[in-house]
Design a protein. Sequence first.
Length: 466
Amino acid sequence: MNEDEFLNQVFEKVHSYLDNTGAIVEFIDQSSLRRTSDLKLPLEGLGLEKVLSDLDYYLSKCVNTAHPGFMNPFWGGLNSAAFVGEIIASLTNTSMYTFELAPLATLIEQALIKRMSELVGYPDGNGTLTTGGSNGNMLGMMCGRYRADPLGQRRGFDGTKLAVYVSEESHYSVMMSANVLGIGFDNVIKIPCDADGRMRSEKLQEEIDRSRREGFTPVCVVATSGTTVRGAFDPIKKIADICSAEDIWLHVDAAWGGSCLFSSNHRSLMEGIELADSVCWDAHKMMGIPMICSAFLIKDPKILRKICSHTNIGHYLFQDEAENVDLGRTSLQCGRRNDALKLFFAWREIGDAGWAKIVDDYMDLAAYFEKQIISHPNLELASSRQWTNLCLRYTNTEVDLDQLNTEVRKRIMRRGKFMISKSTLNGQTILRPVISNPMVSRASLDELIGEINSTADDIIRGIPQR
């Protein structure tokens, strides 16, 4: 088989996969899947025909994230323009550290960063595309650490007396960053939230005061715009006022909620974002760009250049004439794939107005779903809704509700018609579908409510798993 025949068959299989409306996934436990899958790496190559059969097998076992019942993580569906960008990025196989290697791609990424910075409110800002919100949060914390102690970059940091502040419902990546940066888990101060899951600014002030009394140096506050479970938005303006008065770096984790900035109806969720020092924002979430595509944006670009100054010794990569354009000088990575092209193609297709409509449509669906839950006799909301996260529980029974809701999700997942998340709020097990998939509709949301209700009824009546 030659390469042309191979690629033609591959794209036929892509079309067939996109037309599939069956189950989200065929549920097989990991031990059975491992036992029945041929994963041996051969000494002698098996040829392109074997690759085609492997492709068929892989597609038959993977999760269909474009299915209308896929409401588990913060992403889903397929953007065709971005898909083409993903293919072309692999085809051209460039790395983004120098203009010399990626001339037009470099300018495309810079144009994207400039536009996203403008949306945040950083007219003179800059940034970089990263491997995701976790990397973006770490960059923000690094910037805060640098501003608190610029000399530490050379002599090293003693993290035992550095403090970082986050809401108690923040993403775990802040803890990862504390681990990597030597700040330590115990020095990540978790600030209590209000009943809606938003950081309480008065408690933040109390913890900063306490830290200073105990000899700690506050280096960064990480506010969250779109928490993982509730989709809550911390009060950025109030937090920014405190950070300004205390001279503490404010980083906003908007990996999930950043897309609200497109919408005139919902931009107020991030009121005061222009006052933050840095922001991370995942285009691979609500904007629907294939993973991974995430931006770190900074108000003062000089700080980002400083924390990436290790690149100055890379004489074998960076040339003086391109010093102000080489993207590797503002990145923790050296080799970095071209994640800009897929976002650029999608943005050219959709435009700001198209992104705004996507956000508004998702929020309309979430509002509809919220009303259906509230009006249902067997369901209740476990938290108020700010974004497109819906936290709910089946409640109309005397049985153990945590066990019941856990079993409801388990059975729904095994049937393969819906995929939703399970979490814990206030010590209670909840179900958390999230709307960030263009295939989700009012009809699929109604169907999900029916599925939850009928599954719970089966469990209560003792009917075995179907």
